[in-house]
Design a protein around this ligand. Sequence first.
Ligand code: MTE
Length: 298
Amino acid sequence: MAHRWTNDLTRADATPEHVWLNRRQILGAGVAALALGATPARADALEPNSWDEITSYNNFYEFGTDKGDPKKYAGALTTAPWSIEIDGMVDRPGTYSIEDILAQMTIEERIYRFRCVEAWSMVIPWNGFELADLLDMVGVQESAKYVAFETLYRPEEMPGQRTRFIEWPYVEGLRLDEALHPLTIMATGIYGKPMPNQNGAPIRLVVPWKYGFKSIKSIVKITLTDVEPPTSWNRLQPSEYGFYSNVNPKVNHPRWSQATERRIGGGLLSPRIPTLMFNGYEDEVASMYAGMDLTKFY
Ligand code: MTE
């Protein structure tokens, strides 16, 4: 694999929430904060949101369309046992339990602090592992060009799936180079704790330089393919949502500007702040799109 972030921390090093919340004091006391993975360009990106903010304001349409619905209804979701079927252009297709992936395959959980942006933004300390490690484990074949992802379909436990608002299951996709990028992670928790159901338990994607909807939750299937896979939002509204969905303040959504965002936790009166190209991860990811017209490939 090309280059990886040097990051030697494991889940055992996860900073407890109260330590995060007291970070300023801790820095004052001269104890170095954990500086993990890539930190984006902007200084405000370092202050993580509280557990409460991260788990009370969610998009997870399988549980309803209101931002409070996932917290209200996702508790009913059974998340253990859980396995992911991995198929398509791989050497070792199969159904892998999360325990198998983490333990037997010695894929190590680490901590990542990423900004997430939609029309709003949060900073979330995830725990998880690089998707590249999982793809290495199953052996990606030369012919593969894309990775397709699928969420659980279980209308008995996911009331939103009883309506046809979205064509279920929720699906997403990445180009193979995006999927192999070290900033693309499979997250299994937040603040060192297991993933709350409303945030995509037990395992979800996080792609920090793309809009939030690319980060598909509660994944049950991953397929390596040579054709661009369908994505739920593109299928629903192709003129508004493309395949790439890279954070780009210069390309507006047809119905609203994407130049600024509202920081969750800043209070209702806090000013909107400018959104950064690739959500602040430009140095790390821009080269993957060199020569592409990003107004066309939005
Ligand atoms: N994944 C599934 N399966 N269903 C969804 O409705 N919503 C997406 C994404 N992943 C969604 C999903 C959207 S629109 C966003 S902004 C993020 O999850 C929100 O993640 P968060 O609630 O953990 O912040």
